[in-house]
Design a protein around this ligand. Structure first.
Ligand SMILES: Nc1ncnc2c1ncn2[C@@H]1O[C@H](COP(=O)(O)OP(=O)(O)OP(=O)(O)O)[C@@H](O)[C@H]1O
Ligand SMILES: [Mg+2]
Length: 353
C-alpha cells in the first residue's frame, strides 16, 4: 500500500520532452490504426506502450522513427519534427523493430560493422565498436558465425546491438523480448536498465506486463489506436487494478461458509466470495496488511483453521484486463492479414538504420 499518499500519475518531466506526440492519426484504408495520440516522454526515462495485438503499437513506433508519416498530427524527438526533420531524427535514434532486421547471410560481426559504416564510422572505429557490442551482448564466441545459425535470442541481442552502434540518446524497442525464454529476457532487461542508467531515453512496446512493471517509469495503455490510460505502474494499479484482496483457504472445507460469515463485515462495501468446493474465501479490503491480523483473530476465535492465507495486490494484469477487457494471454486480436503482413515484414526486413 502507498501509506495514504497519492500515487504520482506520471514521473516528473524535467526539461524538454525527449519524445512528444500531438493528435496523431494514421489510417490504413478503413482501419484507424492510430486515432488521436498525445504522449510525452521525459528525457532519461522509460516509456512502455502496452497494448494487445493490433492496438497500433508498431504503427506508433514507425511514425516516431520516421518510417511512416502520420495522416494528421505531429511528433518530435529531441525537438526535431519526425516529418519535417526526419534526417536529424534518424541521427539521434536507435530502433530494434518487432522482428530482428539483421542480415542472415552475414556474421554477427559483419552485421554490426556494416551498421557502423552506415553511420559513417571509420573502419577501425566500426570494428572497435562491433567488438565492444559483441562483448556486452555475450556474442563474442558467435561473432564469426552467420546469423542464419543464431537462435532467436541471439538474433534479438544482435539486433539490439545494431540499434546501439551509434550510441543513440533515444532508443525505440518494439516488443524487444517477445519470444525469448525467461533467462534471455532477464538478460535483455539488465542491458536496457544499464542504458537507462547512462542517460538513454527508451520507448518500448510490450505485451508483457511484468516487463512494463520492471522497466518503465511511465506506462501508456493503447487500445484500438487510443491511449486509454497512462501513468506510473503504481498509479495504474491503484486507479484501475481493482481491489486489494485477502485470499484464504480453510483447512476443513465444511467450514467455508462459517469463515465467510465470520469475515463478512471486514469487506466494507465489497462482497466476500466463497467457494465451498475448494474451501477458498476472498475479501476485498481497504487497509491491506493490518487486516490480515484481524482475519486471523476472527477465524481463531471462531475455531476455523487455515491452510493458506495471502494478501493479493492488484497487478498490471488486472489493470490491463479492466481497461481493455482482455488478458494479454488471450488477446489474439491478430487477423490472418496481420499474420501475413508480419511474415512479409520478416522476409522484407524493415529498414532500421
Ligand atoms: N501497412 C499496413 N497496412 C494495412 N493495415 C495495417 C498496416 N499496418 C498496420 N495495419 C493495421 O493497423 C492496426 C494496428 O497495427 P499495428 O501493427 O500498429 O499493431 P500492434 O499493436 O503493433 O500489434 P502487434 O501486437 O500484433 O504487433 C492493425 O489493425 C493492423 O492490421
Ligand atoms: Mg506490433
Amino acid at each position: 500500500m502507498s501509506g495514504g499518499t497519492e500515487p504520482a500519475k506520471s514521473a516528473r518531466i524535467q526539461g524538454e520532452a525527449a519524445i512528444s506526440a500531438e493528435g496523431l492519426h494514421k489510417a490504413f484504408g478503413k482501419i484507424k490504426a492510430l486515432d488521436g495520440i498525445d504522449l510525452t516522454v521525459p528525457p532519461g526515462t522509460v516509456m512502455a506502450l502496452l497494448g494487445p495485438n493490433g492496438a497500433g503499437k508498431t504503427t506508433f513506433v514507425r511514425i516516431l522513427t520516421t518510417l511512416l508519416a502520420p495522416d494528421v498530427g505531429r511528433a518530435q524527438v529531441m525537438g526535431y519534427d519526425v516529418v519535417g526533420n526526419s534526417a536529424a531524427v534518424r541521427t539521434i535514434i536507435g530502433l530494434a523493430g518487432q522482428y530482428p532486421a539483421v542480415d542472415e547471410n552475414l556474421t554477427g560481426r559483419e552485421n554490426l560493422e556494416m551498421v557502423g559504416r552506415l553511420y559513417h564510422l571509420g573502419s577501425s572505429e566500426a570494428r572497435r565498436r562491433a567488438s565492444e557490442l559483441l562483448e556486452s551482448f555475450g556474442l563474442t564466441d558467435a561473432a564469426q558465425r552467420r546469423v542464419k545459425t543464431y537462435s532467436g535470442g541471439m538474433r534479438r541481442r544482435l539486433d539490439l546491438g545494431a540499434s546501439l552502434v551509434a550510441r543513440p540518446p533515444v532508443l525505440f524497442l518494439d516488443e524487444p523480448t517477445s519470444g525469448l525464454d525467461p533467462r534471455s529476457r532477464l538478460g535483455l532487461w539488465e542491458i536496457i536498465e544499464n542504458l537507462v542508467k547512462q542517460g538513454t531515453t527508451v520507448f518500448l512496446t510490450t505485451q508483457y506486463l511484468e516487463e512494463a512493471d520492471r522497466l518503465a517509469d511511465n506506462i501508456a495503455v493503447l487500445d484500438n489506436g487510443r491511449i486509454i490510460e497512462q501513468g506510473t505502474a503504481q498509479y495504474l494499479k491503484e486507479c484501475c487494478g481493482g481491489d486489494v484482496l485477502i485470499q484464504l483457504r480453510v483447512a476443513d472445507r465444511t467450514q467455508t461458509a462459517l469463515a465467510a460469515e465470520l469475515l463478512g463485515t471486514l469487506g466494507g462495501d465489497g462482497k466476500v466470495r466463497s467457494t465451498p468446493e475448494t474451501g477458498e474465501v476472498s475479501i476485498p479490503v481497504v487497509g491491506g496488511p493490518s487486516m490480515l491480523a484481524e482475519v486471523v483473530r476472527r477465524l481463531d476465535a471462531g475455531g476455523v483453521a487455515l491452510s493458506d492465507l495471502a494478501l493479493r495486490q492488484p497487478t498490471l494484469d488486472d489493470v490491463f484486463l479492466s481497461l481493455t477487457g482482455r488478458t494479454t494471454e488471450t488477446s489474439t486480436g491478430a487477423t490472418a492479414q496481420d499474420l501475413e503482413r508480419h511474415r512479409g515484414k520478416r522476409k522484407g526486413k524493415e529498414a532500421v538504420t
